[in-house]
Design a protein around this ligand. Structure first.
Ligand code: FMN
Length: 242
């Protein structure tokens, strides 16, 4: 089958709740869509995400139960779980630093300040953002931004809860890229947040501090698996040009 254009894929994607048990999807192609998803942008390129591809019947059975047996999980042939790994910030930061050191040194005639600036960003600013000492540093950072923000524009999302939102935003972008990539090859998906996150973490043997962004059912749609015509709020209610 010929791959769809981006617009065609976006249009084709629907949340599919019932998949056709007669039609199978290729595990390798799903993995390729996951790799495509990792090309999504992420805040400070921290890539605080993981993708757990559920293929075996046994593992799927556990996840389906943790998703309250909802049909989008139960009838899915495979499941992809997007996990937020804010706890891995130090490791991801180190990878970025290593990459900057090696990749920028290969560029000829590079402004020497650029490398310095990038390294300062990752060595000073990012740790300041992500580190927290029992909520205390988070509180101090919040007070600081409130006071300084009275006099000049300042980045305010510095608390630990803000950083959770920051990490979830990037993970959700990756989830959407994954679903669009799947749609591009005619594969269907359904994003789910209807699950017991503690149980999913146990199912995946993950530490309790990680968070689950989305559980995504994957397969080939049955026509009745698309619940009605797509409904969207009229453009004049959601689009503002200034
Ligand atoms: C973050 C998120 C969580 C969702 N959770 C569920 C869910 O638990 N179960 C489900 O059947 N659909 C779920 N959906 C699918 C939405 O209901 C669906 O996207 C919406 O109705 C629009 O339909 P469409 O995706 O076909 O355009 C979720 C969608 C998003 C983005």
């Amino acid at each position: 089958m010929q791959e769809k254009s981006v617009s065609e894929a976006i249009d084709f994607r629907r949340s599919v709740r019932v998949y056709d048990p007669e039609k199978t999807i290729d595990q390798k192609k799903v993995k390729k869509c996951i790799i495509q998803a990792t090309l999504s942008p992420s805040s400070s390129n921290m890539q605080l995400w993981e993708f757990h591809h559920i293929i075996s019947k046994y593992e799927k059975g556990k996840i389906v139960k943790s998703c309250f047996n909802q049909p989008a999980a139960k009838t899915a042939e495979q499941i992809v779980i997007v996990v937020v790994r804010k706890d891995l910030w130090r490791k991801r930061l180190d990878s970025n630093v290593t990459n900057i050191k090696s990749s920028l040194s290969k560029i000829e005639n590079l402004d020497p300040n650029l490398k310095k600036k990038s390294l300062r960003y990752y060595n000073k600013l990012v740790p300041l953002l992500y580190s927290d000492f029992f909520g205390l540093t988070s509180f101090i950072k919040k007070i600081y931004t409130k006071v300084v923000g009275l006099y000049k524009p300042i980045y305010r999302e510095v608390g630990s809860c803000d950083l959770r939102v920051v990490s979830h935003k990037s993970a959700a972008l990756a989830a959407q890229s994954f679903m669009v990539s799947m749609a591009g090859i005619g594969y269907d998906t359904c994003p789910m947040e209807g699950f017991d996150s503690n149980r999913i973490k146990k199912d995946l043997d993950l530490p309790s501090k990680v968070e689950i962004s989305m559980v995504i059912g994957c397969g080939i749609r049955k026509e009745e698996g698309v619940y009605g015509k797509r409904f969207r709020i009229p453009t004049n209610e959601i689009y503002y040009s200034r």
